[in-house]
Write a protein that binds this ligand. Structure first.
Ligand code: HEM
Length: 328
């Protein structure tokens, strides 16, 4: 009787230990970590950094392109490089993905990586690391990028319909970020932080300049000093492909000027201006205006890491694509 009882207790203890270690495995599998490729492909991060450094040295505008690419990757089915898959009716065809690029730089890095450690480094990690190195190339903050993402196998335009849009009201912008696990502070840090560099096509300015809220006029939030300048660069009926800076007067370096721009009505695209419409996002902007630029940069870096975690595929999920443009 005593023996049976002890055997049952022993079996129970073994089950508890096995379940606990299985759970521990699952939680490790479900997580990214800094240095994921340290043993399997030690040169991975330096190869990617060199490709980004060379591309941005050739054309500094590439930094913004690579940073935007990660946002558009992560917001549709998580950070799984699904945006790179070249297929009929793929994600890239979505209206919200208009102008997104940088694919050839990711492919360049991938080709080099396949040469040294085939089948190891995911396209999704290349996208995330390239964005980090791009930020660094424009004097933005350096941050460690946890890696171990795996690539998705699906890319469909219909899945990319809910991207944040330039003319979305602030409540919609907030909820689109909140739905991805990003707070109002992340919304401010990521969109203001990223738009401290880069350009927008006049295409995205049309409603704001000429038919704001179907009024037939411009957005009253635009500072009267800025309005004629924007209208001169993007005239009604003019070429909508002309590009203008997102961070008026400070588009080439990563800094916190954009916060003061937004506060003073010098935000260029509508979605940046909307950040000053709402009590909470306005308070967040004001709080960073009062802080050192280093604090804004450090918190932007934290928000980038958070964005890079959205719905990641790890462990046995997804695959490591051999060619970023095609599923295996
Ligand atoms: C609130 C949501 C956002 C909206 C509505 C938005 C919208 C836009 C639009 C309309 C452009 C101009 C695109 C073009 O003309 O090709 C743009 C550019 C850009 N966006 Fe955003 N964006 C948002 C958030 C973000 C985030 C979270 C990031 C990255 C973390 C980001 C990174 C960029 C960059 C770097 C550019 C400049 C691209 C270039 O110069 O090629 N954006 N964004």
């Amino acid at each position: 009787m005593l023996v049976t009882y002890n055997l049952k207790a022993f079996a129970f203890a073994v089950t508890v230990i096995m379940t606990a270690s299985l759970l521990r495995c699952v939680s490790v599998v479900g997580q990214l970590r800094v240095g994921f490729y340290a043993k399997t492909c030690p040169s991975a991060e330096s190869i990617i950094r060199k490709v980004v450094q060379d591309s941005t040295a050739d054309d500094p505008k590439i930094a913004a392109v690579l940073l935007r690419l990660q946002f558009h990757d992560c917001f549709v089915q998580g950070c799984d490089a699904s945006i790179l898959i070249s297929t009929e009716h793929g994600e890239i065809e979505a209206g919200g993905n208009l102008g997104v690029g940088g694919f050839e730089i990711v492919e360049d890095a991938k080709t080099q990586l396949e040469g040294v450690c085939p089948g190891v480094v995911s396209c999704a990690d290349i996208v995330a690391l390239a964005a980090r190195d791009a930020v660094l190339s424009v004097q933005g903050p350096f941050y460690e990028v946890p890696t171990g993402r795996r690539d998705g196998r699906i890319s469909s335009v219909s899945l990319a319909e809910n991207l944040p849009e330039v003319d979305d009201p602030i409540d919609i912008l907030k909820s689109k970020f909140n739905n991805k696990g990003l707070s109002d502070t992340d919304l401010v840090l990521l969109s203001a932080g990223a738009h401290t560099i880069g350009l927008t096509a006049c295409f995205f300015m049309q409603t704001r300049l000429y038919n704001f809220n179907s009024s037939g006029g411009s957005d009253p939030a635009i500072n009267p000093e800025l309005l004629p300048q924007l209208q001169a660069k993007c005239p009604l009926g003019g070429d909508v492909n002309v590009k203008i800076p997102l961070d008026w007067g400070s588009e080439l370096t990563f800094d916190d000027q954009i916060l003061r721009n937004i506060k003073n009505g010098f935000g260029v695209i509508a979605s940046d201006a909307r950040l000053y419409d709402d009590d909470n996002t306005r308070r967040i902007i004001d709080s960073y205006v009062g802080l050192a630029s280093a604090d804004f940069m450090a918190d932007f870096a934290g928000a980038m890491v958070k964005m890079g975690n959205i719905d990641v595929k790890t462990g046995l999920e997804g695959e490591i694509r051999r060619d970023c443009r095609r599923v295996n």
